[in-house]
Design a protein around this ligand. Structure first.
Ligand SMILES: Nc1ncnc2c1ncn2[C@@H]1O[C@H](COP(=O)(O)OP(=O)(O)OP(=O)(O)O)[C@@H](O)[C@H]1O
Ligand SMILES: [Mg+2]
Length: 247
């Protein structure tokens, strides 16, 4: 049984149809990437999974259990954490406080959570010296790391990441993606939405390409990248074999 299964998922905003019958699976332990142009429906897919948006039709199953339309707080408690687009670090809270907020779904004594938040700095050593710095003082890359750490504090089985590379310098993107690889090694399954197809396909086990709410192609990273039509239309750039391959 896949950890996550979307079947004929349909969703929209009023008259706008954003998803038109999407089928997608994520197996436990995988990194699966969801690619596509602006407005393709990538964020909408994540919003449906995490309960922020109620689908109009179709099914979402997590570990075999139907979760479509379930309240977001219940979804988090089942083990799905969503790191949305655009970082959303609380500007008036310190890095430590921001990270701790990620655990608000868990009924665990605060002292233990504080200890876990401290341990997050092992995964994000660059954040350590900013532990008591207020959110608004952080760079974009640092904010993205705080957002990731906050997602992990929910102790998710499935982590939904929406464009973690957006607006970051290439070196920082590399750093963030190395952390995503570590997160998977530690046993968390990842569904990764990206516009940066190159870096997403370098880390993913499988990928899906969306166009206006429909799946156009799915497969292994090498197959997607080496498919001339797909690359020309959706991915841009050269063949993967011509690139420095980071996996
Ligand atoms: N809050 C909203 N109200 C109305 N329409 C929306 C809303 N959010 C998204 N849409 C529309 O739904 C469609 C899918 O949007 P979505 O945000 O899922 O795309 P995306 O693939 O994440 O794009 P991007 O790469 O730009 O983030 C688009 O046509 C978009 O205009
Ligand atoms: Mg989006």
């Amino acid at each position: 049984m896949p950890l996550l299964e979307l079947a004929s998922l349909t969703a929209g905003y009023g008259a706008v149809q954003a998803l038109r019958g999407l089928d997608l699976t994520v197996e436990e332990g995988e990194i699966v990437t969801l690619l596509g142009a602006n407005g393709a429906g990538k964020s909408t897919t994540l919003r449906c999974i995490s309960g922020l948006l109620t689908p109009t039709a179709g099914e979402i199953r997590f570990s075999g259990k139907a979760i479509s339309g379930m309240h977001a707080e219940r979804v988090v408690r089942l083990g799905i954490a969503h790191v949305p687009e655009g970082r959303r670090v609380f500007p008036g809270l310190t890095v430590k406080e921001n990270i701790l907020l990620g655990a608000s779904n868990r009924r665990v004594p605060r002292a233990i959570l504080k200890h876990e938040a401290e341990e997050m700095f092992a995964l994000f050593p660059d954040l350590l010296r900013f532990a008591d710095t207020l959110g608004w003082m952080l760079s974009g890359g640092q904010q993205q790391m705080v957002a990731l750490a906050r997602g992990l504090m929910a102790r998710p089985r499935l982590l939904l990441l929406d464009e973690p590379s957006l607006g970051l310098a290439p070196l920082i993107v590399q750093q963030v993606f190395r952390i995503i690889a570590k997160i998977r090694e530690a046993g968390t399954t990842v569904l990764l939405v990206e516009q940066n197809a190159r870096i997403a396909l370098a880390i993913a086990d499988r990928g899906y390409v969306l166009e206006t709410g429909r799946l156009v192609v799915a497969g292994k990273p090498e197959a997607l990248w080496n498919n001339d039509d797909v690359r020309a239309a959706y991915l841009g750039g050269k063949r993967l074999s011509e690139e420095k391959y980071t996996r």
